[in-house]
Design a binder for this molecule. Structure first.
Ligand code: HEC
Ligand code: HEC
Ligand code: HEC
Ligand code: HEC
Length: 205
């Protein structure tokens, strides 16, 4: 009886779809044309990390030095700064200028191809705001259209069973995206955006 159960459990394991991970994703640079020997090394190092960007996790990639045009709008309540923290890390490749293979002390190489959707460029005025403060009422903000942040104010927002991180009370690229391709939603989203569920975690519309 026990054996049958173990076998059934094993079969279920094999039948389950492979969990999406960074390996084989667009952020797996061990593949051509990059052929890095390690999967994390393009972005992280255990020692001698670049600490110049606030909140950077053991950063090993050359950081963008570009000047960005930020989102503006008459109805915006939050404060936007030029991309900081975790958004600046993403833009150290997605700006289309900084070389993708500039890591481990290298500062030059080949930037992202022009004309592809992943290349956001340096004009972010047509992109969802990042490095923008989360002005919900719970934080003493004025934006009634935003859901109240979680109890530990400024760290996350939860709705419909999905929790998205805020970074010192700001929305960054990593609030919506999982750079390590956890597989919850594509393209590399922290949760599926079917029926705009991702948007509705924060927006009370
Ligand atoms: C393409 C660049 C990139 C690659 C490759 C990458 N990371 Fe990251 N990692 C980031 C960025 C950007 C952040 C900050 C954003 C965030 O927290 O999601 C981060 C955050 C982290 C964090 C802290 C936050 C968390 O998610 O726990 C850990 C730990 C981490 N990475 C480990 C790894 C390991 C281990 C690998 C290799 C298996 C790896 N990363 C590969 C870019 C990368
Ligand atoms: C080391 C360079 C590098 C860094 C750092 C980096 N990316 Fe990427 N990313 C890429 C490349 C290269 C692609 C593939 C572009 C293409 O389609 O050719 C990509 C693709 C993506 C895609 C599309 C995935 C898909 O399956 O279509 C998303 C989303 C993305 N990145 C988000 C992020 C976010 C968010 C961050 C920061 C948290 C980040 N990236 C940091 C290089 C980088
Ligand atoms: C508020 C949530 C949110 C934020 C913040 C955000 N994104 Fe996205 N991003 C999305 C969603 C949702 C999609 C999928 C859009 C679609 O499939 O039509 C997406 C798509 C992408 C893609 C794939 C483009 C493509 O079509 O191949 C890339 C690359 C990307 N984002 C990078 C970034 C970077 C870099 C940042 C920060 C500068 C960022 N995103 C900030 C929600 C966000
Ligand atoms: C992590 C939280 C979060 C998520 C997820 C999110 N947003 Fe936002 N969004 C914000 C914040 C914060 C602002 C800035 C609001 C302000 O200050 O007025 C904003 C701004 C906007 C604006 C501009 C508002 C204006 O007044 O100009 C639009 C439109 C918008 N978001 C749509 C979306 C859509 C569509 C999605 C899903 C693809 C989405 N958002 C996902 C937090 C989020």
């Amino acid at each position: 009886m026990k054996k049958v159960f173990v076998l059934a459990a094993a079969l279920m394991l094999f039948a389950a779809p492979a969990m999406a991970v960074i390996s084989g994703s667009k952020h797996d640079f061990t593949q051509a044309p990059y052929n890095a020997t390690e999967i994390c090394v393009f972005c992280h190092t255990p020692h001698g990390a670049d600490t110049s960007v606030a909140d950077a996790p053991l950063w090993n990639h050359y950081t963008t030095t570009q000047t960005f045009t930020t989102y503006t709008s008459a109805s915006l309540d939050g404060t936007i700064t030029s991309p900081s923290g975790r958004s600046k890390l993403c833009l150290s490749c997605h700006d289309g200028v900084t070389a993708i293979d500039a890591y481990g002390g290298a500062t030059t190489g080949t930037p992202m191809a022009t004309g592809i959707a992943a290349n956001l460029g340096t004009d972010l005025s047509n992109d969802h705001p990042v490095s923008v403060t989360y002005e919900d009422a719970a934080n003493g903000g004025t934006d009634a259209g935003l859901r109240a942040a979680d109890a530990a104010v400024g760290t996350s927002v939860t709705n419909g069973g999905v929790t998205l991180p805020l970074y010192t009370d700001k929305v960054e690229c990593a609030s919506c995206h999982d750079v390590h391709n956890g597989g919850a939603g594509q393209p590399m989203l922290r949760a599926s955006n079917a029926n705009s569920a991702l948007c509705l975690v924060c927006h009370n519309k």
